[in-house]
Design a protein around this ligand. Structure first.
Ligand code: 13P
Length: 224
């Protein structure tokens, strides 16, 4: 069971440090892998504060080149140098707002995995889109897919547990990897979503910004 908090463009270094100190001091369940995904500028603080804990720090994106003239991008080797454990790629906000395509997502995922990062690759609706987005990804022991229906992101609308289960089964039939559900996961709905057999964890946006809510979701993942 994996619970990952995608902070999106929230929490600069100071806030990140305070949040991670709080997180570090919680008694999180031992059977849940907990990950935070701060913005680039806050990764260093998160890595420092969480050093020596089981909590992983992931970036939200990663470029495929080692270095080069790519203004605004960050490479896997730079993330590794910082002590970052993994990265999200292909979030729907990157696809919708910043021009990421199946091809660039595939390149980002492949480069990150090859460099030794763990990867959460995001895919969305519909079944045809899911299948197309998955078709460019290859199985890897360090790859996890996050199924995030675009209509459920930041809207308060959540897929029913049955719908999540069905979509996750589709994902697993194409690519046999752990699958996280993302889209308005909250303390109140986490337990029934995470109880589904094909739901291997959650990628949490808004509710991961608040310590108490994020802790409750991590607890909901325990024994599921
Ligand atoms: P919300 O949990 O805010 O809906 O965001 C979901 C998401 O996009 C996580 O990556």
């Amino acid at each position: 069971m994996l619970v990952a908090g995608n902070w999106k463009m929230f929490k600069g270094p100071e806030e990140a440090r305070a949040f991670c100190r709080g997180l570090r001091d919680l008694a999180l369940p031992g059977d849940v892998d907990v990950v935070v995904c701060p913005p680039y500028v806050s990764l260093g603080q998160a890595v420092q504060v969480l050093a020596g804990t089981e909590i992983g720090v992931f970036a939200q994106n990663c470029h495929w080149a080692v270095d080069g003239a790519f203004t605004g991008e960050v490479s896997a080797s730079m993330l590794l140098e910082l002590g970052v454990y993994g990265t999200i790629v292909g979030h729907s906000e990157r696809r919708q707002l910043f021009g990421d395509t199946d091809e660039t997502v595939a390149r980002r995922a492949a480069a990150a995995l090859a460099a030794g990062l763990h990867v959460i690759a995001c895919v969305g609706e519909t079944e045809a889109v899911l299948r197309r987005q998955l078709s460019v990804l290859d199985h890897d022991d360090n790859l996890v897919v996050a199924y995030e229906p675009v209509w459920a992101i930041g809207t308060g609308k959540t897929a029913t547990p049955e719908l999540a289960q069905e979509a996750h089964e589709v994902v697993k039939s194409v690519l046999d990897v752990p699958v996280l559900y993302g889209g308005s996961v909250k303390p109140g709905n986490a337990r029934e979503l995470l109880a589904q057999a094909a739901v291997d964890g959650a990628l949490v946006g808004g509710a991961s910004l608040e310590l108490e809510a994020f802790e409750a979701i991590c607890q909901a993942g325990s024994l599921s």
